[in-house]
Design a protein around this ligand. Structure first.
Ligand code: NAD
Length: 501
């Protein structure tokens, strides 16, 4: 992998890194310094068409490539990703502002999916039933679909592309990736390593851009599936447009994740977990805890939550004391600041306000410090909207039933957690809550890749989720064969000469 960042980011088309002919380019900046790292093109229609044509052509050979050969590509790839994890993490830190540990985690969680993709033979097994009728057997195969596309968000520029293309390609498809225009360097490095691992020409293509480029992919008849991760309005647009063009679509969208704290919870565990899960990565995680629901006497812990949160601070990724980084852009920062102002105007108690935070030496960073609101009511915009910043809302309820009602009334259903020492409370919660990923004394319950990432309701549009068995289902079509062979043919095989006369 070449660790330098080019002044202009190339496209990865037909197995080559090529300069776009676009007249429109977008600055990719370091969010801690404001420095321009590179420029990414808004890929032209001709270039997008070339990517799709090349992926269609590559599919003809790739679909015939034996499954163990596809698995071995993934084995080589996961090994290269591990070898280059630290270099990748440095690039990721530069373009996202994440802390080094967090950046390594972003890559690691992607590597785990590649490890799983190396297990494709077992994942892709069909089903068989012998003797569905006299001497008739029935069996199914999972076959690849063709060219798949992925549209990814800024907040996990390694993990989320790696949720997608390794599983799609291991399943026998080819792939066009359109990463976030805000941090497209890391995804290009992922593609460079994939090439180094031996990916055949055309199996993966990387294009850059925004809405127009995405719409081109959504409407193109040769693209069979769309995998999207991003915000709710864009997710809805992707799902509607993609399905309107008769494609298979999985769209992972925004979130508002609640942590319920019961009075019998281990207080130290709550304090240890609440801060990292809410302000870690500056709150820019789809599984971040953005609301803590304090049930009954747990409300007495508010001062300690405040004190614990007051100790963390943002900073530049090379500063080992930085707990989290900046917001991705000045626009994202302004948006978070406006929510903080709204929260105050709407009457919530602002116990910590990170609006004015400064980081020495980095005057141009998009910093927001840890912010804590208590007495938050469900109709306030800081409760109803995904803020995507280091802002935590505390809501009080009297009972677990009230907490469950509150959360089930919230349209989002990505992740949630409960902290309690009662098995009965945990069991009731896991059963009744309308959220797809539940942690019990675990703050951010992201499933490992042998399961799937299973957000619900407004946090997901589609049916088959990311990675695991569901991803293989998403990226394949089932072919079911009903077969009968005649006994007379055995006699013919045993006595071939008999029929010659
Ligand atoms: P975003 O929706 O702004 O952008 C996501 C992708 O869509 C980007 O590649 C972007 O270029 C493209 N895009 C943007 N506007 C578009 C439009 N109008 N038409 C077509 N394409 C468009 O999201 P973001 O700000 O990059 O990421 C943050 C969001 O992603 C948050 O809402 C977060 O919750 C969500 N997210 C969800 C999950 C999940 O698994 N549910 C995971 C990570 C992030």
């Amino acid at each position: 992998m070449d660790n330098t960042i080019p002044a202009k980011l190339p496209l990865y088309l037909h197995g080559s890194w090529v300069q776009s002919h676009s007249h429109e380019w977008l600055d990719v900046t370091n969010p801690a310094t404001g420095e321009v790292l590179t420029q990414a093109p808004y890929t032209t229609e001709d270039e997008l068409q070339r990517a799709i044509d090349s992926a269609s052509e590559a599919f003809q050979n790739w679909r015939e490539t034996p499954v163990p050969a596809r698995a071995r590509l993934m084995l080589r790839y996961q090994e290269l990703l591990k070898q280059h994890q630290e270099e990748l993490a440095e690039i990721l830190c530069e373009e996202t502002g994440k802390t080094f540990e967090d950046a390594k985690g972003d890559i690691w969680r992607g590597i785990e999916v590649v490890e799983q993709a190396a297990n494709i033979a077992a994942l892709t097994m069909g089903e068989t039933v012998e003797n569905v009728a006299s001497s008739i057997d029935c069996y199914s195969y999972l076959q690849p679909l063709g060219v798949c596309a992925g549209i990814t968000p800024f907040n996990f520029p390694a993990m989320i592309p790696l949720w997608m293309f390794p599983m799609a390609i291991a399943s026998g498809n080819t792939f066009v990736l359109k990463p976030s225009e805000q941090d497209p360097i890391t995804p290009c490095k992922l593609a460079e390593l994939f090439e180094e691992a031996g990916a055949p020409r055309g199996v993966l293509q990387v294009v850059h851009g925004g809405r127009e480029q995405v719409d081109f992919l959504l409407e193109h008849p040769d693209i069979k599936t769309i995998s999207f991760v991003g915000s709710v309005p864009v997710g809805q647009h992707i799902y509607r447009t993609g399905t309107d063009h008769l494609k298979r679509v999985q769209a992972f969208a925004g979130a508002k994740n609640h942590m319920v704290v019961m009075p019998d919870a281990n207080k130290q565990a709550v304090l240890n977990n609440v801060v990292g899960s809410s302000v870690g990565a500056a709150g820019q995680r789809c599984m971040a805890i953005s609301v803590v629901v304090l049930v009954g006497e747990a409300q007495q812990w508010i001062p300690e939550i405040r004190d614990t949160m007051a100790k963390v601070r943002p900073g530049y990724w090379k500063d080992p004391k930085a707990d989290f980084g900046p917001l991705i852009s000045p626009t994202a920062r302004e948006r978070v600041l406006s929510y903080i102002a709204n929260g105050k105007a709407e009457g919530a108690s602002c116990l910590l306000d990170g609006s004015e935070v400064k980081v020495d030496g980095y005057p141009n960073g998009n910093w927001v410090g840890p912010t804590l609101f208590a007495d938050v009511m469900p109709e306030m915009s800081i409760y109803t909207d995904e803020i995507f910043g280091p802002v935590l809302c505390l809501v009080n309820t009297d009972t677990l039933d009230d907490a469950i009602r509150l959360i089930n009334d919230c349209p989002y259903g990505n992740g949630t957690s409960i902290f309690t020492s009662s098995g009965a409370a945990a069991r009731k919660y896991q059963h009744e809550i309308l959220v797809g990923q539940v942690g019990i004394n675990v703050p951010i319950p992201v499933p490992l890749p042998f399961f799937s990432f299973t957000g619900w309701r407004a946090s997901f549009y589609g049916d088959q989720h990311a990675y695991g068995k569901q991803a293989v289902r998403f990226y394949t079509e089932t072919k079911t064969i009903t077969a009968r062979w005649f006994d007379a043919d055995i006699e013919h095989a045993e006595h071939p000469n008999m029929t010659i006369h």
